[in-house]
Design a protein around this ligand. Structure first.
Ligand SMILES: [Fe+2]
Ligand SMILES: [Fe+2]
Length: 408
């Protein structure tokens, strides 16, 4: 499998994994040659990268932290929790706890740890996907931080419910994620309080209610609802605030394309010590997967490789399978791919992500919005802009027109 840019997708290519909607219904099956309607449909869904089957790379599979079945179950449950909260202003704690137990057991049994984005998620019903992913990501980060099972469970319940207060806000934009804007409305800013009150009524322990209430606080006191500072924010709220922002940045939203994982990581790191706790960020950096399996990357020696697998705790040193190499302005493809484990090749580094034609993916193309203005200070935004423009110079030099090996 290779993750290819949606703009390079063409008829005849086959998905490596099935595309399901948030209710678990099959939209496009795996291994079926795509027709023009399907390609059009995938583009309309706001997807950015598509995992497709490529001969010689069948041994590369997406990193699954939990099984698809459990993930779909979590999304459906999130939908039910919202429906019940809207109708009765109540939520059912037993049902929520058993859903979280289910995902926790599956995660621990699989033993794969890595905060990895899922390409085949759509921008329909964003909020249910978001609650599910924030729960899973929190579980991974919490495990890496050494939380025992009891605390991990508390963290994951809080993460799963962190935006449940949104259910009580009458706004059509909530399901799709259109509510993520530069300046959240007064209504939207009420969701931590509404969520805390819902969970208090349902009889959850106060640490859950308190942590949920604090998930938009920042350690510099510039968050909401109370403007608390570091010492008054719970560990659970600090963990959730990081993965919450990471998931929003990397999600396809109606008004913007997702950030690439490495761009989202840069964004978050720039907020170390202002929005986020630096010790939590250190662990987050070890667990987040900037180049998921299937990603094409350019190495410092001009080889283009596909990420095959992740090396635990070394996110920038994955195991690679060679794909092509740059020869001046030309991309030359390789017939007999070989394996490079970057853990054992410290002289090589990943320069950046490339598309299937060897062109470095330009930051501008991802049309980054400043949708998280409320969590970002002006200073950090400028810092990121400077870094990005430096990278662009390198990228423009690499612009290449060549034949694309991944085409059928
Ligand atoms: Fe929130
Ligand atoms: Fe959220």
């Amino acid at each position: 499998m290779i993750r290819i840019d949606i703009n390079r997708l063409s008829e005849g290519q086959k998905l490596n994994s099935p595309l399901l909607d948030s209710r678990g219904r099959l939209l496009i099956g795996e291994g079926i040659p795509l027709n023009s309607q399907m390609v059009k449909h995938l583009k309309e869904l706001g997807l950015q990268f598509i995992p497709i089957e490529v001969s010689g790379y069948e041994d590369i599979n997406p990193l699954e932290v939990i099984s698809r079945k459990i993930e779909m179950f979590m999304k459906k449950e999130a939908n039910e929790i919202f429906k019940a909260a809207r109708k009765t202003a109540m939520i059912n704690p037993e049902r929520i706890i058993s859903a979280v137990d289910c995902v926790m057991n599956d995660m621990l049994a699989k033993g794969k740890t890595g905060i990895v984005v899922d390409d085949l998620r759509t921008n329909k019903d964003f909020i249910f996907d978001h609650l599910t992913r924030v729960c899973i990501y929190s579980g991974i980060l919490g495990t890496a931080l050494g939380l025992n099972d009891l605390r991990l469970r508390t963290l994951m319940i809080t993460a799963y419910l962190h935006d449940v207060g949104m259910a009580l806000i009458e706004d059509e934009d909530i399901l799709s994620g259109s509510y993520v804007t530069d300046t959240p409305s007064y209504n939207i800013k009420e969701h931590p309080k509404l969520g805390r009150d819902l969970c208090t009524r349902a009889g959850f322990p106060s640490i859950i209610n308190q942590s949920l209430y604090q998930h938009h606080e920042r350690i510099d006191g510039k968050g909401y609802p109370r403007g608390l500072t570091e010492k008054d924010i719970t560990l659970y709220a600090k963990i959730i605030s990081v993965v919450n922002v990471y998931d929003i940045l990397t999600s396809p939203l109606p008004k913007r394309k997702p950030y690439l994982p490495n761009e989202a990581i840069e964004f978050i790191m720039a907020l170390s010590n202002s929005a986020f706790d630096k010790d939590i960020l250190k662990t987050f950096l070890k667990k987040v997967v900037p180049y998921p399996p299937g990603t094409l990357v350019l190495l410092s020696d001009d080889q283009i490789c596909v990420v095959k697998d992740c090396n635990n705790d070394l996110p920038l040193r994955p195991i690679l399978k060679t794909y092509a190499y740059l020869d001046g302005e030309q991309v030359k493809y390789i017939d007999n791919p070989s394996i490079i484990d970057l853990k054992n090749n410290l002289n090589l580094t990943i320069v950046g992500q490339v598309d299937s034609a060897g062109k470095i993916i330009d930051y501008e193309n991802s049309a980054i919005s400043n949708s998280l203005n409320d969590i970002d200070g002006e200073g950090s935004k400028n810092k990121i802009a400077n870094k990005i423009s430096k990278k662009k110079i390198v990228r423009f030099k690499r612009g290449l027109k060549i034949n694309d090996k991944s085409k059928p």
